[in-house]
Design a protein around this ligand. Structure first.
Ligand code: HPA
Ligand code: ZN
Length: 339
């Protein structure tokens, strides 16, 4: 199955670009920008990545992001991720970025977007990887701060396809951001939100009903509510699930306890994504492999994650059709009996 997964054409829909900051690059950028970190070696950084929950991860994630200072840093970070994509047959990726993580410490919004965007353009031209950019509001900050961020994004309306919501879910439900999401919609942005990662199924309902999101990021707590699962199946609202992240942050005690195979079997439009791969132990191929190893899934099942991701993406219908054809062709090749 691993050979099949390696070359399977993939689409990623839940990836925080700040979460692709590998320990080596963190040390390199800290040196380049004269930022002091509580670590001297890659091993020390890796040893610190032992999380109890979402918040314990976020504390280190925001600390790590401080080494990102200049446009070139954001370019280098994004370019390194795109090269990983190339190596893992990720054909299309929809990337989150957290402007407030940077603007709060005095880095200009333009610096962040321009660096990321320039790398995405190079990815399209030199690597043939298509991409979209999604701007997340930090939910532990106020709705007023989110409004300010939305204002900063307006000149980049053509470069940012959607707004999202991330950071600490506990105590910061979707409805806290009702008005800013409404305004973002009116300005033409699509909407997504992290919900039902650590928070209850009710947050998934409210993201759908109040924020009118096109997708739910994580959403694994949906299985606490049978009506919700039925709704997800009928509506085909996608879940961007991140298996290695969920185990690292103890949303599930072990991959064998994860509900992704159950969701797939029930007919939910469930996808596999890497979330913050530098922190959680792997990119797309590692996430697919971890799921395939924990559950008895066929090649058809595994390919369904890619087919769902194409359906769930913000690509145009003709782009989706072209990618679906590639996956179907790949699957057919591998299902054909060898004579
Ligand atoms: N959940 C919430 N916020 C985040 C995550 C996540 O998995 N990754 C980066 N910010
Ligand atoms: Zn996430």
């Amino acid at each position: 199955m691993e050979g099949f997964i390696d070359l399977l054409p993939k689409v990623e829909l839940h990836l925080h670009i700040e979460g692709t900051l590998e320990p080596g690059m963190m040390l390199e950028l800290a040196k380049r920008n004269q930022i002091s970190l509580p670590y001297q070696t890659i091993e020390q950084i890796q040893a610190a990545y032992d999380f109890d929950d979402l918040q314990s991860f976020l504390d280190l994630y925001y600390q790590g992001a401080q080494v990102l200072q200049n446009e070139q840093d954001f370019y280098d970070l994004t370019w390194a991720y795109l090269q990983r994509c190339k190596g893992e047959h990720v054909m299309h990726t929809e990337i989150f970025f957290d402007p407030q993580t940077h603007t709060e410490r005095g880095i200009a919004f333009d610096t962040v977007v321009n660096g990321i965007w320039r790398a995405l353009e190079a990815g399209r031209e030199k690597l043939g990887i298509s991409s979209h950019l999604i701007m997340c509001f930090l939910r532990h900050l106020s709705e007023e701060a989110a409004f300010e961020t939305l204002k900063q994004a307006m000149p980049y309306r053509e470069k940012i396809i959607a707004v999202g919501l991330d950071s600490s879910e506990q105590g910061h439900p979707p409805e806290k951001f009702r008005h800013v999401f409404q305004q973002a919609k009116e300005a033409g942005f699509l909407t997504v939100a992290h919900a039902g990662e650590e928070g209850p199924a009710e947050n998934i309902w409210n993201a759908l009903k109040i924020l009118q999101t096109s997708r739910i990021d994580h959403g694994v707590r949906c299985t606490d509510d049978e009506l919700l699962v039925n709704h997800l199946v009928a509506s085909r609202v996608p879940l961007t699930v991140c298996p290695l992240s969920n185990v690292k942050l103890k949303v599930f005690s072990d991959m064998s306890q994860h509900n992704i195979a159950e969701l797939l079997e029930k007919g939910v439009c469930v996808t596999i994504n890497s979330d913050d791969p530098a922190y959680f132990g792997g990119y797309m191929t590692a996430n697919f492999t971890a799921v395939a190893t924990a559950f008895k899934l066929s090649k058809t099942d595994i390919a369904k994650f890619s087919q769902n991701a194409i359906e769930a993406s913000f690509l145009q219908p003709e782009q989706k059709a072209a990618l679906q054809q590639r996956v179907q062709h790949y699957l057919n090749m591998h299902l054909k009996p060898i004579i």
